[in-house]
Design a protein around this ligand. Sequence first.
Ligand code: AHR
Length: 613
Amino acid sequence: ASLSVDASPLLAQKIPDTLFGIFFEEINHAGAGGIWAELVNNRGFEAGGPHTPSNVDPWSIVGDDSSIFVATDRTSCFSRNIVALRMEVLCDNCPAGGVGIYNPGFWGMNIEDGETYNLVMHVKSPETTELTVSLTSSDGLQILASATIQVAGSSNWKKLDHKLVAKGTDRTSRLQITANKKGVVWFDQVSLMPSDTYKGHGFRTELISMLLELKPRFLRFPGGCFVEGDRLRNAFRWRDSIGPWEERPGHYGDVWNYWTDDGLGYYEFLQLSEDLGAAPVWVFNNGISHHDEVETAAIAPFVKDILDSLEFAKGSADSPWGSVRAAMGHPEPFPVKYVAIGNEDCGKTYYRGNYLKFYYAIREAYPDIQMISNCDGSSVPLDHPADLYDFHVYTGSKALFSMKNTFDRTSRGGPKAFVSEYAVTGNDAGRGSLLASLAEAAFLTGLERNSDVVQMASYAPLFINDNDRTWNPDAIVFNSWQQYGTPSYWMQTLFRESSGAIIHPITVSSSYSDSLAASAITWHDNENNFLRVKIVNFGTDAVSLSISATGLQGSVNALGSTATILTSGNVMDENSFSNPNKVVPVRIALRDAAEEMEVMLAPHSFSAFDLAL
Ligand code: AHR
């Protein structure tokens, strides 16, 4: 087989700077119990929200029915999340250690030896009392950190904070609050955050490191279906997710079926984009959920709401909403340049009507913002104005492999494609197989080759908490303290240099061409330029390949040239917590790199040959 690259400048095209990014959705506890480092689950006793009877899950009691009684009431000092927990200590001679409440976090809190944890809680106690706050093992028997806090008797709520330093490590710990004396204490908004979060912004550092490794050029957030909701009343509302964390009502995400306190809110997503050096892509609800829609005639307040969200992000610090952002600690505007008007709503009754209302209002107020339609314009022109259109694909590996040519046929004149969700799913993918990643890599080479009409692409979903495997597969798997990338994650690391690089035409001739997919780019790091030839061998045979390159700006230097190969013994191999590096790219020196060279492609492999120039 042979592959020739024509790298002459005449045929070279710049790939958009934004080509490869990430899509974060609050799914699989990706945010709550995931990248957002808050350890308390249901910190306001609000889970269930205003539309269902409130419940305290997963809070539980320390003690028994004869020593402790807890119930929620609506006496909180926070008007938007009015539910508080009333704890009545019934015992005169309480058991050693006291009685009270505990929170196990999200399947156990990861408490690490020597680390500091910031506890904040709002308390009201008519009588002066003493509370013991502790971090303990899941059964409460081992104490990792403990402190006593005096609460002066008062009819007013008090905000208490305390730093707890752990003496010991336990991955499944819990937070306990106990008392020894008969009496009543109310609690609300109890938070426990590790003091060490990424840039102090509340994100789990090791999960952020995995994102930084992808060098994402944009961050699409906060979903997906999470944005739509099964019902509109449960959709993500940016306004309820900003301001002091204690005052956020939280909401039940009824598509992925869990409560979130919205600690990871609109502001934090914008902050995350900034921390990652990624352009924010704000997907907002356009008045449409899975099961209900706002008629276009009534959409005006929703449009106003989204204009407010943009003023919050982009307005000056003295604008009404920009000042709210400034008060949260970010006087500089966030550079929102992309918004998606809904998610997967193209076929809905009021989509086009609602879309146009949002489109024209945003265009007028923010002419610099690019707007993304949910309607696929890859094969037929859109019937409405848009800067980009969403393209989503979840399918089997063979089907996705064969979609490497999909955008070859797209008209060059219309809006650009944003492949905002793609993945191999089903049996071929399992919980993240090599096979899935190979088909995805092949698809991405097609996006690179067609990056004159494809402006952005992101894999989905990004994260999964191993304890909530709602959607498989995903790019990054984690639990309270560990994380690993699936082959689909590692595959993406071989595309991170493509955004903003130069794409060159290639010709492949082979009897195996049906199972090969390839692209060629030039890119540079701080020191060198490289010609990178990427090739997926989707077949079961090894393929001997002659690579030749003409028109290069400089000669190939074997020193500094490398080959990076993603493969494994079995095409269905996956990574796991016990074997996180089973399927990861392996980089080797390419000693015989030259303008013309022979390489061997392993069966079921993805290779990137970097020729130093
Ligand atoms: O990525 C998972 C889901 O798939 C997204 O929420 C939705 O947009 C798509 O249907």
